[in-house]
Design a protein around this ligand. Sequence first.
Ligand SMILES: Cc1cc2nc3c(=O)[nH]c(=O)nc-3n(C[C@H](O)[C@H](O)[C@H](O)COP(=O)(O)O)c2cc1C
Length: 174
Amino acid sequence: MENHKILVVYFSRPDENYNVGTVETGNTEILAKKLAESLNADIFAIVPEKPYPTDYQGCIAVATDERDQDARPAYIGEIDNWSEYDTIFLGYPIWWGDLPMIVYTFIENHDFTGKTVFPFNTHEGSGNAGTYDTLKEKLNGATVSGDGFNISGIKARTEDGVAKIIDWASQQKW
Ligand SMILES: Cc1cc2nc3c(=O)[nH]c(=O)nc-3n(C[C@H](O)[C@H](O)[C@H](O)COP(=O)(O)O)c2cc1C
């Protein structure tokens, strides 16, 4: 792990969400930040140009439209030194049994050739929902670890949840 230049990339939404009420920091974001700290990695948040509605039902409606239209919502900012990273930890919530559409925007905008990718995600029952396989298909040219990490959003917010992802990351060999 010491010889790698690692970037943690994540999408996460704060505000009102299923099971957790209204939160200032999204479930995946909590894990992403702790993970970056523990790996001594850089971090990049995929922040939507157009923020999602703060209420859960409103967000559900927008996410449904995005999925139905196979949309590619825009995000803010860019990573200047993308080519310098050989390892990407990619974090996201499950939305409708899939990656949020904005994560597709991100992965389609970047060349992952030669990189090692470790997916991690939060959910409320769907596990990884087949997204690790999707990433393997989409990111051909990269090595996507099948041994990703997933946890429920509510558990991601606990000390135990944070300890679990740090433990998982520390066990990866590449
Ligand atoms: C639009 C939307 C769709 C969701 N779809 C699913 C789903 O299909 N399966 C699931 O287990 N959880 C689903 N969830 C729950 C989220 O995956 C879960 O709350 C996650 O921890 C949110 O992470 P975040 O706080 O980092 O955004 C959905 C949540 C939202 C807002």
